[in-house]
Design a protein around this ligand. Structure first.
Ligand code: GMT
Length: 375
């Protein structure tokens, strides 16, 4: 098949999922064309089946806000026609689904037929999409899609609850290439870090937005550190980072915390981790938790959104109510205090991640593509 993928090319989960999906489809012999404003972070530049088409947004003094969606639409029309694409798969509804709709209409007027599939990832529904400034367009573009997928059952339910949409949504969960994470585990970590004695390494990865409640990570860590030697590694960056750094200073625990910033190969850091903390306010899936589990790292998370579909309470880690940092710290210590418990949780985390192995999920997307093309 000749597939066009539209996504945000950044470190965010939706971009990572879209890019890994494209890489995997290309490995299976499909021709995959990425249409984005920048080279996706995980793009496999050495695959002969992968192509990248940049959406170049030029500035003009009249525009206070450059109309990205129109430039994207024009690019979609061009790539579909000239690369003879069979279908478009857009990740994150805003503004990709409406751009795909517009491209489909323009192409139809030229006698070219192109179906589009929309994959909903989370904040496009739970935070941004619900905003009345987007809602009518999102509802329309979802209903017009030739197929819609959601990355968890919880996200499907939220979509059906918040939007007046036809609820014919396929749940196709996010996936993971376990080999990539286990390989880093078995090799010597490129991440240079000298563990002091028997200290436990705790990791949090996010875009440091308020929805991630990064301050809760610091509170939980502060409680753990009172009981056992531990170090906290932050991966990622975003608007809350400055406030979190200030919090570490105020609590006088900065010596045990490192901010590593945005990392391309975060599996190097996970390979030395003992615990992952994800205390989000809402999380449609929690890809970061799955990545941790693929590296055999148990997860302390909240029980919000799609997280119960990913993290199994008492098995791959524990879940607590949003904001309950005492419970999170108690659970973290249940995992970390005894080496034999930690070893068991690490094994369980990997077993849980295996349920989301790429090889099990990829055929679900291929089957969906075939179904759409057969109509
Ligand atoms: O978490 C974010 O803020 C980024 C966002 C994105 O679109 O990149 O992540 C969403 O999509 C991921 C991939 O499907 C999910 O794993 C995340 O749970 C989801 N984030 C939220 O729902 C907050």
């Amino acid at each position: 098949m000749r597939i066009g993928i539209v996504c945000y090319p950044t470190f965010g989960g939706s971009g990572v999922v879209a890019t890994e999906l494209g890489n995997a489809l290309a490995n299976k012999g499909h021709q995959v064309h990425f249409i984005t404003y920048d080279m996706p972070v995980r793009f496999d530049a050495f695959s002969s089946n992968l192509f990248y088409h940049e959406v170049v947004v030029s500035d003009y003094p009249l525009f206070d806000y450059t109309p990205y969606e129109l430039v994207l639409t024009s690019k979609l029309v061009d790539v579909v026609k000239h690369e003879k694409l069979d279908l478009l798969h857009v990740h994150y509804a805003i503004p990709h689904a409406s751009a795909a709709y517009m491209a489909r209409q323009i192409l139809a007027s030229q006698g070219v037929s192109i179906p589009y599939i929309t994959t909903l990832h989370g904040t496009d529904i739970t935070l941004v999409g619900r905003d009345s400034s987007f809602e009518p367009v999102i509802t329309f573009a979802i209903n017009e899609s030739d197929a819609v997928t959601a990355v968890s059952k919880s996200l499907k339910d939220d979509t059906c609850q918040y939007f007046n949409v036809n609820c014919n949504i396929d749940v196709i969960p996010n996936f993971i290439d376990i080999g990539r994470y286990q390989k880093s585990k078995n090799a010597l970590s490129k991440f240079s870090y000298n563990r002091k004695g028997n200290e436990k390494v705790i990791v949090h990865t996010s875009n440091f937005r308020p929805v991630k409640r990064v301050e809760d990570v610091v509170h939980v860590f502060g409680k753990i550190r009172k009981e056992i030697p531990a170090r906290l590694l932050f991966v990622g960056d975003g608007p809350e980072r400055h406030r979190i750094e200030q919090m570490c200073r105020d609590l006088d625990i900065c010596d045990d915390i490192q901010f590593l910033g945005k990392l391309k190969a975060q599996e190097q850091v996970l390979s030395i981790a003992d615990l992952f903390i994800l205390p989000s306010e809402t999380e449609s899936f929690g890809l970061a938790a799955l990545e941790a589990m693929a590296a055999s790292v148990p997860v302390i998370s909240t029980n919000t959104g799609g997280l119960p579909e990913v993290n199994e309470h008492g098995f791959s880690g524990y879940m607590s109510k949003v904001g309950d940092v005492d419970d999170m710290a108690t659970n973290a210590l249940r995992i970390l205090k005894e080496d034999k418990d930690l070893a068991q949780f690490k094994k369980n985390a990997l077993a849980q991640a295996k349920k989301f192995e790429l090889s099990a999920i990829l055929p679900q997307y291929e089957a969906l593509y075939e179904r759409v093309l057969a109509r």
